[in-house]
Design a protein around this ligand. Structure first.
Ligand code: MG
Length: 269
């Protein structure tokens, strides 16, 4: 049953980074600053939920003046504010990457991923500087890749991955080869372990790898992107779609959530 959230209801915000809080190409956070400041005034710190590595997320938190726990590598683990793993949902990448490469060899699948690329190549493909590309390269749980083969072979690849207890998730730039986890697992874990009362949940994302997070929230904010039309979560009582992409959209979406909350028009479960 849905209800209007009271003005003073406590809430948590889980947000994607690339293409949501961060601009897709430049990685700028600037246009989101007014909404971040409005949240800070209410004592709300956004919890980052990203496909990025812990080292990358810590660097972004540092630049944003945020120190908080976060969800890394597409929900593979929840980390504390120092980057220590609090809980892990994924098997270590080093335990399965060789098998995936053997599978590629055996079936002649055409794809390349982070483990195949130099720092320079990762920098070219992501738009990151080489120092940041190096932070992105050191992954514990996921292998982002570009598929260069047919759709039929992709389905075959997925079937073979199943035998290794692996799957893929589509992000803004890459497909991630990983275990059966997603960002919502981290959000639910966080809610169960770290909240005394039941706060309502706001999730923000722009790509299919955010779908689980958006679907499990009370309020979903879908940031406009090339892929946002694919996102149709049915779970949330409120679904907002921004007109603008990236951090400008983030600013727009969060301000809309706060306005609805203040006018007691925000529907939650
Ligand atoms: Mg994204």
């Amino acid at each position: 049953m849905t209800q209007n959230a009271s003005k003073t209801a406590s809430f948590l915000i889980f947000t994607d980074l690339d293409g949501s809080l961060l601009e897709h190409e430049t990685y700028s956070i600037e246009p989101a600053q007014p909404a971040l400041a409005a949240l800070a005034r209410r004592g709300v710190t956004p919890i980052f939920a990203s496909s990025k590595t812990a080292v990358e997320i810590l660097a972004i938190q540092h630049v944003s003046g945020i120190a908080a726990p976060f969800i890394g590598e597409n929900g593979a683990a929840v980390y504390d504010s120092t980057g220590k793993v609090l809980t892990a949902f994924g098997l270590p990448r080093k335990s399965w990457l060789n098998e995936v490469h053997q599978l590629r060899e055996r079936m002649s699948f055409k794809f390349n991923g982070f483990s195949d690329w130099s720092i320079k190549r990762i920098a070219e493909l992501t738009g990151l500087c080489q120092e940041d590309a190096d932070k992105a390269r050191i992954r514990q749980f996921t292998e982002p890749m570009l598929w260069q083969d047919t759709q039929t072979n992709f389905q075959l690849f997925l079937k073979e991955l199943q035998k290794l207890s692996l799957t893929t998730l589509e992000g803004g730039r890459f497909f991630s080869i990983q275990g059966h986890f997603d960002k919502s697992g981290g959000m639910k874990w966080w809610q169960a372990h770290c909240s005394e009362s039941r706060p309502f949940l706001v999730a923000v994302g722009d790509s299919p790898n955010d779908m689980s997070l958006l679907a499990a929230a009370d309020v979903a904010v879908i940031i406009k992107s090339d892929k946002s039309h694919k996102l149709n979560p049915v779970g949330p009582a409120t679904v907002l779609r921004t007109r603008m992409p990236g951090p400008a959209g983030w600013n727009e979406g969060i301000k809309q959530v706060l306005n609805l909350l203040d006018s007691q028009q925000l529907l939650i479960l």
